[in-house]
Design a protein around this ligand. Structure first.
Ligand SMILES: *Cc1c(COP(=O)(O)O)cnc(C)c1O
Ligand code: SF4
Length: 364
C-alpha cells in the first residue's frame, strides 16, 4: 500500500482553492521534468523515454488529475495515461498515424460526417489533457479553431442536410473553448429545425471538474436542443468527490450522461476493474456507452489489448453486471455506417453462439 504523502495532500489542497477552470488549465504540468518531480518519480529511470515521447506529442496534465495519481507509483493507471514511455518511439508495423481514416471524411473544415444522422464538429484541436494512446495524437490541427467563414460553411452543410438530427461537439476537447463561443454555436444550431440534439464528447468535466461552471450550465439550460454528454473515463480512480459534484450539476441541468472508455493495457484490462468502473459511473449518474477496442495508432502499441482478450473481458463483464451497465465493445472500421460491435458470441475455440445454444439444448 502506498501512503499518501504530504506532496499529494498539498496538490489536493491546491485544487480546492478558488482557481477558475481557465487558470487550472493554464497551470497544467506541461513538461516531463515537472510531471516526474511532482510525483516523486526517479528522472534517471523515466526522463529519457518521457522526453522523447514529449517531442512526439507534448505532455499536458492539469492539477486536478495529478492529485488523483498515487505518489511514487510508476504503475498508477492515471499516470500511465499521461506519462510518455520510451516505447512511443518504436515503429511497429500495422500501427499508423490515422487509423480511422478521418482526414478522408471531411466535407467542410471542422466537420466530419461519417454517419447518416449525425455529424461531428471539431470545435477545437486543443485538449485539457494529452492522453498517450489518443488516436488523434498525430492530427495536424494543433490548437486550431474554426474561423468565422469556416463556421458558416459548416452550418451551411448542416442546413442542407435535414437527415442530420444530431451534432456532436468534438475535438480535441470542445469544452476547452469559452462558453461564449459554445453559446454562439448552440444559438446557431438551435435555428436549424432538423436538429434535435447536441452531443458533447468531453473529458473536461472529469479532468477539471471546475469546468462545470455557471456559464456552462447557462447555455445548456437555455437551449431548445437536448444535450447529451459523453464523458471519457477509463478507470474508477478518475472519479473523485469533485467530479461527482460536477456530474450532479450537469444532471440537474437536464444533461444525459454517458461514458466511453478505451480498453488499455496496464490501465483497465481487467474484468473486476471494468465492473467497478461501470458501478462507479452509475453511482455518479453516468451510463456506460462504449468500450472501444484499441485503435492501432503509431506510438501507442504498448497499450494494445488483443481482440481475443477484449472479447473475453466483455463476456466476463456480461456475467458480472446487469445489461444496462455493460458498455458495448466496439471498433471503428473506416467506411462502415456506424461503430462495429465486436461479436461476443464466438467462443475462443471457434464455437459460434448458435452452436453453443445447440449444445446447451443437448445437455438439457
Ligand atoms: C463515433 C463517431 C460518431 C458517433 O457515433 P455513435 O455510434 O452515434 O456514438 C459520429 N461521427 C463520427 C465521425 C464518429 O467517429
Ligand atoms: S481527444 Fe480525448 S483521448 Fe485524445 S488527447 Fe484529447 S482528451 Fe485525450
Amino acid at each position: 500500500m502506498i501512503q499518501r504523502t504530504p506532496a499529494r495532500i498539498e496538490a489536493r489542497l491546491a485544487n480546492n482553492d478558488n482557481r477558475t477552470w481557465q487558470q487550472l488549465l493554464s497551470d497544467s504540468v506541461t513538461t516531463p521534468e515537472a510531471l516526474l518531480a511532482g510525483l516523486g518519480l526517479d528522472p534517471a529511470r523515466w526522463l529519457g523515454g518521457a522526453t522523447a515521447g514529449h517531442r512526439l506529442f507534448p505532455v499536458r496534465v492539469p492539477g486536478p488529475w495529478l492529485a488523483r495519481i498515487r505518489h511514487g507509483d510508476p504503475d498508477d493507471p492515471l499516470l500511465r495515461q499521461v506519462l510518455p514511455l520510451h516505447q512511443e518511439q518504436e515503429q511497429v508495423p500495422g500501427y499508423v498515424r490515422d487509423p480511422l481514416d478521418e482526414l478522408a471524411a471531411t466535407p467542410a473544415t471542422g466537420l466530419i460526417r461519417k454517419y447518416r444522422s449525425r455529424a461531428l464538429l471539431m470545435i477545437t484541436g486543443q485538449c485539457a489533457i494529452n492522453c498517450r494512446y489518443c488516436f488523434r495524437r498525430h492530427f495536424p490541427y494543433g490548437e486550431h479553431r474554426l474561423a468565422p467563414e469556416e463556421r458558416e460553411r459548416a452550418l451551411a452543410v448542416l442546413r442542407a442536410a435535414p437527415e442530420i438530427n444530431e451534432v456532436i461537439f468534438s475535438g480535441g476537447d470542445p469544452l476547452a473553448v469559452s462558453d461564449r463561443l459554445l453559446a454562439r454555436w448552440m444559438a446557431e444550431l438551435s435555428g436549424i429545425a432538423s436538429l434535435q440534439r447536441v452531443r458533447i464528447h468531453s473529458r473536461l468535466p472529469v479532468v477539471i471538474p471546475q469546468r462545470v461552471c455557471d456559464s456552462l450550465l447557462a447555455w445548456i439550460r437555455q437551449s431548445r436542443l437536448q444535450v447529451v454528454m459523453v464523458l471519457h473515463v477509463n478507470h474508477p480512480a478518475e472519479i473523485d468527490d469533485e467530479v461527482r459534484t460536477a456530474l450532479a450539476r450537469l444532471r440537474a441541468a437536464g444533461v444525459t450522461l454517458l461514458n466511453q472508455s478505451v480498453l488499455l493495457q496496464g490501465v483497465n484490462d481487467d474484468a473486476a476493474l471494468l465492473a467497478t468502473l461501470s458501478e462507479t459511473l452509475f453511482a455518479a449518474g453516468v451510463l456506460p456507452y462504449y468500450l472501444h477496442a484499441f485503435d492501432p495508432v503509431a506510438g501507442a502499441h504498448h497499450f494494445d489489448v488483443s481482440d481475443q482478450r477484449a472479447r473475453a473481458l466483455a463476456r466476463e463483464l456480461q456475467a458480472r453486471l446487469p445489461g444496462f451497465l455493460v458498455p458495448r465493445l466496439v471498433r471503428e472500421i473506416p467506411g462502415r455506417d456506424g461503430k462495429t460491435p465486436l461479436d461476443l458470441g464466438l467462443e475462443d475455440d471457434g464455437t459460434s453462439a448458435e452452436e453453443a445454444r445447440m449444445s446447451n439444448l443437448v445437455n438439457l
